[in-house]
Write a protein that binds this ligand. Structure first.
Ligand code: TYD
Length: 226
């Protein structure tokens, strides 16, 4: 078990298969003995479920209102679910996080990526994922996979979803250390194999960086006693 947890977010357009990939990774990590917390935004808490309904189905929700509702959901989610789980040493898998706000509200709604990112960083007191998996797919394909009546975001139009996809890709390209970009048009098992390989490497690095139980933690600049 890790002494401080790991936060992994899954991002991408609507209908790209995030929940399938999240489920496959969760099962694998539980099998390896990790405590796994599987959660989502918006709606990962009881208050979040109410906010999710308001933001996805409310009437006359302006772009700024929308950004604030997602940020409110995120602040409460981090405070009541994510940080406590990380403090216990869990692996937290979240279906969407801050990068969705930057892509959908910052770029899709044209509110400005930097401003929306600042809002979310304020809401979360600066908590960023250790790894963000971007499932990239042409929005024409993703949207065509959806069933049921479209919500406010799903009905925002193809241009909106094309802008959102590009924003995710640009963000990922700017920070490859945090992001893993995968072609979500492939078979789910192939995508999962790539996710598992990157997560294994991350967890191995984390485990290697932790002092062995009972080991003295002398500061690096102090010579070891003779
Ligand atoms: P999601 O739960 O992934 O959709 P579904 O369960 O219907 O597949 O997300 C709901 C919608 O909210 C989705 O269209 C993306 C959007 N969204 C934002 O616009 N900004 C955000 O910050 C988040 C978290 C989601």
């Amino acid at each position: 078990m890790l002494s401080s947890g790991v936060l992994i977010s899954f991002e991408g357009g609507d209908g790209v298969g995030k929940s399938t990939q999240l489920g496959l990774l969760a099962d694998r990590l539980v099998g390896l003995g990790h405590e796994v917390v599987r959660t989502r935004e918006p709606g990962g808490t009881p208050l979040g479920v109410e906010l999710r309904d308001a933001v996805l189905h409310g009437d006359h929700v302006s772009a700024r209102t929308e950004a604030l509702l997602y940020a409110t959901d995120r602040a409460h989610h981090v405070d009541t679910v994510i940080r406590p789980a990380l403090e216990r040493g869990a692996v937290v898998l979240t279906d969407r996080y801050l990068d969705s706000s930057v892509a959908y509200q910052g770029n899709g709604r044209d509110l400005g990526a930097d401003e929306v990112e600042r809002l979310s960083l304020w809401a979360t007191d600066g908590l960023l994922p250790d790894l963000t998996v971007l499932l990239d797919l042409d929005p024409r394909v993703g949207l065509s996979r959806l069933t049921g009546a479209p919500d406010r975001l799903e009905s925002a139009g193809l241009d909106f979803h094309v802008r959102t996809r590009q924003a995710f890709l640009d963000r990922a390209a700017a920070d490859p250390g945090r992001w893993l970009v995968l072609d979500a048009a492939r078979d789910a098992d192939e995508v999962h194999a790539d996710v598992a390989a990157r997560v294994d490497a991350l967890l191995a690095r984390r485990a290697g960086a932790e002092p062995a139980v009972g080991a003295a933690t002398a500061p690096a600049d102090r010579p070891a006693a003779p």
